[in-house]
Design a protein around this ligand. Sequence first.
Ligand code: ADP
Ligand code: MG
Length: 394
Amino acid sequence: MLASSQELVARVNVLPGTQVVALDAATVTPERFDLMRSLDPQSLPDLMVLGEHLPVDRALAIARDSDLRYPTIDVVVVGEPEPGLLVELMRAGVRDVLEQGVDEERLLAIIRRADVHRAAPPVPSAPGAPAAPPSDPEFSRVVTVISPKGGVGKTSISTNLAIAMAQSAPQDVVLVDLDLQFGDVAATLDLVPTRTMEDALSPEAASDTLALKTMLTVHPAGLFVLCGAESPAANEDVTAEQVRRLLAQLSSQFSWVVVDTAAGLDEPTLAALDVTDDVVVVSTMDVACVRSVRREVDLLSDLGLLPTARTLALNLADRQSGMKVKDVEAVIGLPVDIVIPRSSDVQLAANHGRPIMLRKKRGGPFVKAIKSLSDRLLSHAPQAGHKHKRLEVA
Ligand SMILES: Nc1ncnc2c1ncn2[C@@H]1O[C@H](COP(=O)(O)OP(=O)(O)O)[C@@H](O)[C@H]1O
Ligand SMILES: [Mg+2]
């Protein structure tokens, strides 16, 4: 770990298993890091803390350089940057901001996260993956993952899908936890958010998209995450209008807004569907689930809330269910687009806060299915003449 604040250095040095090297900003150069890496790749730090006295330009340059050349190093800054600067810092690859007098628990969480990140560096785009969509600033699509049932894999699919999409469109994907009561996106991705949905739905964020961006948490895989609130009661009175506005604001900043939802069709989910371009409907091969999906699809269709761009994903597929894919299709009345096999390592990876998409040993059936889902959605990127109904936010 590299740090530059005397007090912080002293505090971190007493934490078990950590070693801090304090450096003058002038010595933090690419040459020095290249030299360290060439002598011993293990000698690169896990975490770089940029002190509050560092000039902004220098901090941005260090963060950008590190993000590009040494992506396993987490960079955090100390201080209280203005919202505009914070966005710039995060775009430069800064993962987090440490407030002055940060408590031990948070410090340890950040150090632990840097450790995990080093063990699982972000995966570069696979060869043959679809190219990032042309950087048309007007392009944006909202992808919403729904199901009438819980425990069918909505969160597993949305988190891994967002990571897969970010591999093709780095920094251009935001994942939103719209399971307002019991959302578990942050836990699944092992994120320690400082700001959550509660802040994002505040009047302050609703009237200032730049402020809203500071409420996102950066994930090392190159995506932004709007994490759910700590308390299930925090967003009890959220209106459909607030949700629509939030998603519109995010659409004005990101090409891809991936939304994880609660089971069923609660008000936030219906509001999200109102501004959704691509819906991913998740079913399992369980008869009760398949029937509920049929009813959900029919209802949405009656309400005019079923986007034409839809993907029916059959998750937890195995041969033991007694149902065949064509039985599912017959009940639901839609073709199954993606079959996602039951795969024991999905849960294991989630329990470790390290999504399966980011594991070094890749290529299992779950990963393949999510990649093909990601490719399918990315292929909806702008065709010539495509005009997206971009919602303007004052
Ligand atoms: N394809 C899969 N194979 C094995 N386990 C899965 C798969 N998809 C999801 N799971 C597991 O099922 C459980 C429920 O998944 P989750 O994504 O939380 O569902 P939901 O968000 O719909 O409630 C989790 O423990 C998850 O790890
Ligand atoms: Mg869930």
